[in-house]
Design a binder for this molecule. Structure first.
Ligand SMILES: [Cu+2]
Length: 156
């Protein structure tokens, strides 16, 4: 009898499974009233022996979808568009508030917790990774929050 292990292992995994990239815990930030932008966060796991280099993202959620990161500009965290997000071979990269994220500029409609949104990541070879993600309320880490503990403070 031939072994058919591969298919069984793949189907038992949670999350979206692609040839090389597994997207876990994807979620989209609920939009703030009056703010036309939002962002998506997730863990990207590269199960292949080659780096996956994401070079763009698309979505119908917004007028423009961009790959963003935060930089520390003399102690002030600013976000900016980046040309690529590299997920090294065999490693994971986390997109999270205050770090890298998929940015939605000019939302078509406000995003409410409980809704689903979809977007597509594209790598440098043109391969597409469609992602479906729930909309969630996410605390902004950059804001100074005197009620909470001191997690998420600026590092110097
Ligand atoms: Cu951004």
């Amino acid at each position: 009898m031939k072994k058919t292990l591969g298919a069984i292992v793949l189907s038992a995994m949670s999350g979206s499974v692609f040839a090389e990239l597994i997207v876990e815990n994807a979620h989209i930030r609920e939009s703030i009233p009056g703010a036309p932008n939002s962002a998506a966060f997730m863990i990207l796991k590269n199960t292949s022996a080659q780096d996956v280099v994401l070079t763009s993202a698309t979505s119908e959620l917004a007028r423009a979808t961009e790959l963003h990161n935060h930089i520390n500009d003399n102690g002030v965290m600013r976000m900016r568009e980046v040309s690529e997000i590299v997920v090294p071979a065999g490693q994971s990269v986390q997109l999270k508030p205050g770090g890298m994220h998929v940015m939605f500029m000019g939302l078509a409609t406000p995003l409410k917790q409980g809704e689903q949104g979809s977007f597509t990541l594209v790598d440098q070879s043109g391969q597409k990774y469609p992602v479906q993600a729930p909309v969630k309320k996410i605390k902004m880490q950059m804001k100074h929050d005197h009620q909470g503990d001191h997690k998420g403070e600026h590092k110097h």
